[in-house]
Design a protein around this ligand. Structure first.
Ligand code: URA
Length: 258
């Protein structure tokens, strides 16, 4: 457990091992260690410098053995506003790569994109096949957005979107749309819906550039803020803005079955 890292290619810091095994974030794993809840080969390992040999050491949290999952990784990020959906930006602007554990999971990439100012569920994976499949037009999954828009929207205003409108890059498939009440709109209007504005939920199957913003502008209600709480079968739930978590095995299965 204490050999130098260079001598053992499969040696890594314990907090990294725990994060990679999906126990908690790197910081959360450090907290578990300092709380004395982590053992290596039966001995409490509270030193943050502790290293483990992935092939030989037995790591446990609260007495339960923790092992590294083999194979590809899938995680969701609650993207905050102000980040580009790219893994690097030549102009040095903030990117989502800063928010996900790229050193623990090299090869992570985002599946699809959210605009710089859009918040919500962004899926990442190292599984190139699944990523490509989900991005392919024939396999697109439903994506649900909550939009804070200018103006007072009625169900009637949304009818063209439900029928399928034509944008400048071609016709849109029919969307599912509804006007939300203040209690359903907290993700974009936590203080209540300001007078003269509305909040609508829009579910689309395609994934064209700025599609939801363009659709809502086309019916006379420009978007003021946009949030994605659902991507296919995945739900953001109470994941905090800027936080990520690994998908459960069930969530991965349901994505693959989509
Ligand atoms: N539609 C948009 O207009 N923007 C997004 O970020 C996602 C969907």
């Amino acid at each position: 457990m204490t050999e130098p890292e260079a001598a053992y290619p499969h040696t890594m810091r314990l907090q990294r091992f725990l994060a990679r095994a999906g126990v908690a974030s790197r910081r959360g794993s450090e907290n578990l260690m300092t709380a004395g809840r982590v053992t290596v080969n039966g001995q409490v390992a509270s030193e943050l410098g502790t290293k483990v040999d992935v092939d030989r050491d037995v790591v446990a949290v609260d007495g339960c053995r923790v092992e590294l999952a083999a194979g590809p990784v899938y995680l969701m990020l609650n993207k905050p506003a102000g980040y580009l959906t790219t893994m690097s930006d030549p102009q040095g602007r903030p990117t989502v790569a800063e928010l996900v554990p790229t050193s623990t999971y090299p090869g992570l990439f985002p599946v699809g994109r959210l605009d710089f100012d859009t918040t919500g569920l962004l899926l990442f994976t190292t599984d190139g096949d699944l990523g490509q499949a989900l991005l392919h037009p024939s396999h697109h999954v439903d994506k649900t957005y909550v939009a804070h828009v200018d103006g007072r929207v009625t169900g009637k205003d949304l009818e063209p979107l439900c029928r399928g409108i034509v944008l400048d890059d071609g016709p849109c498939q029919p969307a599912r749309c509804r006007v939300l009440k203040p209690g359903q709109a907290l993700c974009v209007c936590p203080q209540g819906i300001p007078r003269g504005t509305s909040v609508v939920e829009v579910t689309i199957h395609e994934g064209r550039k700025n599609q939801v913003k363009r659709m809502l502008s086309a019916v006379g209600h420009p978007v003021l803020a946009l949030h994605r709480p659902r991507f296919g079968s995945l739900r953001l739930g109470d994941l905090a803005p800027g936080a990520w978590r690994l998908l459960t095995a069930q969530e991965v299965d349901s994505l693959k079955q989509r």
